[in-house]
Design a protein around this ligand. Structure first.
Ligand code: ME8
Length: 532
């Protein structure tokens, strides 16, 4: 009974919620496609999936104000407009999100206040002082390392500026609420010890330097755009405390009362939280510390991925070197971009975006391997009956087919392992390695020559089965990454809707019941030549 309960827990995966001071780019899309791929993979294996994404609309008063002024709209209108654009992107990219949260939603304010009150009541928040280099025009504090000293040429007076923005800063002290982050150094190290992972080494190094308490409020006098602190209207919530709590809000936190019980999804703790490596500190230090303080369960995995660059520089709104994902999907197709992101964008190494490379992957892999094998396997000239030949029996494998036969056997396990480690680049590598072998098997077998002599029928059928089965396995395993194209391919192969889940992703488990009655369909090229 108990085991059944725990395996019934939905697979809950999250993406960062994105700032609305700039429109979405390819990097944002990457995080969301990765989360969607992993969710779809779990659904293929029979679990219910929850995927949450959305927009982070508080804080950053200056940037949002400036962006709104530049666009000649109000702050609220700007938030609506940009948030809508993120949502439209995720719809266009076929992201199967189950919630799209905006931190300006009413239920989110309720959840954030609940979190605050809980930490306050448990004694983890106190009133203290925050000191640092403050820039009035940037409305930001800077660390000493972000500040440099200058000398006024006329007066000879010394003053300080932010290195990044060049704006004057002054040493400032203000009253703040603080979170006792320093108490969590040891508990966090213990947590990391139990969850060994590559990127966590970096986190461990931060922790070993020791943590100081974290300022979790801002005076309302300089930041009005935020959630007020319960019981003290003169302060608003620090934007990261507000933003991180979104992962609980969408699960129905605080999970009590009539409303709470209705809204509870059973998703928490999250199974995986996808983030870019730029925000790992917030997710692997602050977030688990807040959760520990509140006595809540910790996420099972924080997955940090590397960045997309252009000419080796991180793609970012502040540099302005961004790729518009709408344009890219229009030019190459949604599934092509999804495929490119998952095939080339990894967890450890940054990847440099290039349209030539997108086109190259399309030509060589999608059209050259997958599309090519599909048209070979459904060739009317070789298989006028369009029937799916019977699979060979285990002891009767043609020597030329052994390598492929074994690859087909090992493939699901390899893909499973890669996906379980969030390594989509490895998963596609294994799938296309099998497809290359399948195409070589076909070319080497030369069925177009053999078919001229009817006595070769058995061998021709074997070669067709090899190609069909390889195409079926590839399309099935690629479903989480290229859902639309996979579905079209499987339709063409006569694979029924109820034959597309994980248990069918095994050599010889296709076309199960009434294979005799099935036939494949011929069609135009699945991946037609690119326009230019
Ligand atoms: O940090 N390559 O929002 P944000 C890959 N609101 N991924 C990239 C990327 C790139 N070049 N650029 C951005 C925030 N990303 C906060 C998050 S969460 C509680 C609050 C992706 O709009 C990546 O996931 O700056 C990165 O972590 C995120 O967008 C930052 O988005």
């Amino acid at each position: 009974e108990h085991a059944a309960v725990s395996t019934n827990k939905p697979y809950y995966i999250t993406t960062p919620i994105f700032y609305v001071n700039a429109v979405p780019h390819i990097g944002h899309l990457h995080s969301v496609v990765l989360a969607d791929t992993l969710k779809r993979f779990q659904e293929m294996k029979g679990r219910k999936g929850l995927l949450s994404t959305g927009t982070d609309e508080h804080g950053l008063k200056a940037s949002i104000q400036q962006a709104a002024a530049a666009a000649e709209v109000s702050e609220k209108e700007l938030c609506d407009r940009v948030s809508q654009r993120f949502k439209a992107l995720f719809d266009a990219a076929n992201i199967s999100y189950t919630t799209f949260i905006r931190t300006t939603d009413m239920n989110h304010a309720v959840a954030v206040k609940e979190m605050w009150n809980d930490l306050w009541n448990k004694g983890y928040i106190y009133k203290g002082q925050h000191e640092g280099w403050y820039s009035v025009s940037d409305e930001a504090f800077y660390a000493s390392t972000q500040v440099e000293e200058k000398t006024d040429e006329k007066t000879g007076e010394k003053y300080h500026v932010s290195i990044e923005t060049g704006k004057a800063v002054e040493w400032t002290t203000e009253e703040n609420y603080k979170f006792k982050l320093s108490e969590f150094t040891e508990p966090l190290l213990n947590w990391l010890d139990k969850n060994p992972e590559g990127k966590y080494n970096e986190v461990r190094e931060w922790l070993q330097q020791g943590l100081s308490d974290l300022s979790v409020s801002r005076p309302r006098s300089r930041l009005t755009w935020g959630i007020p602190i319960p019981g003290d209207d003169s302060h608003v919530m620090y934007v990261w405390m507000d933003a991180l709590t979104n992962y609980l809000t969408v699960t129905g936190y605080p999970w009590r009362g009539i409303m709470g019980a209705q809204k509870a999804t059973g998703g928490w703790p999250a199974d995986a939280q996808i983030v870019g490596k730029d925000i790992l500190r917030f997710h692997a230090v602050y977030w688990p510390a807040f959760l520990m303080a509140a006595g809540l369960e910790l996420p099972k995995k924080i997955v940090a991925h590397a960045h997309w660059t252009q000419s080796k520089m991180k793609m970012s709104k502040s540099i302005g070197n961004v790729v518009d994902p709408f344009t890219a999907m229009e030019e190459f197709g949604t599934d092509t971009i999804r495929f490119y992101l998952m095939n080339d964008g990894g967890l450890s190494d940054d990847a440099d975006y290039s349209s030539e490379l997108v086109a190259g992957r399309y030509r060589k892999l999608l059209a050259g391997q997958l599309g090519n094998l599909l048209s070979r396997s459904t060739s009317l000239a070789l298989n006028p009956s369009k029937k799916v030949p019977s699979p060979p029996s285990e002891g009767n494998i043609h020597p030329d087919d052994l390598a492929l036969w074994n690859k087909l056997k090992e493939l699901p396990e390899k893909v499973d392992q890669s996906m379980t480690q969030f390594r989509t680049t490895q998963a596609t590598h294994h799938i296309f390695d099998m497809l290359a072998e399948a195409n070589a098997n076909f070319s080497h077998g030369e069925p177009w020559k053999l078919v001229k002599d009817p006595s070769n029928k058995e061998r021709v059928d074997q070669l067709i089965w090899n190609a069909l089965e390889s195409t079926r396995m590839a399309a099935l395993l690629l479903q989480p990454i290229i859902p639309t194209k996979s579905s079209e391919i499987l339709d063409q192969l006569g694979v029924r809707g109820d034959e597309r889940s994980w248990e069918h992703a095994q050599r010889g488990r296709g076309w199960a019941a009434d294979q005799e009655a099935r036939s494949v369909a011929t069609g135009g090229p699945m991946f037609p030549p690119l326009k230019k």
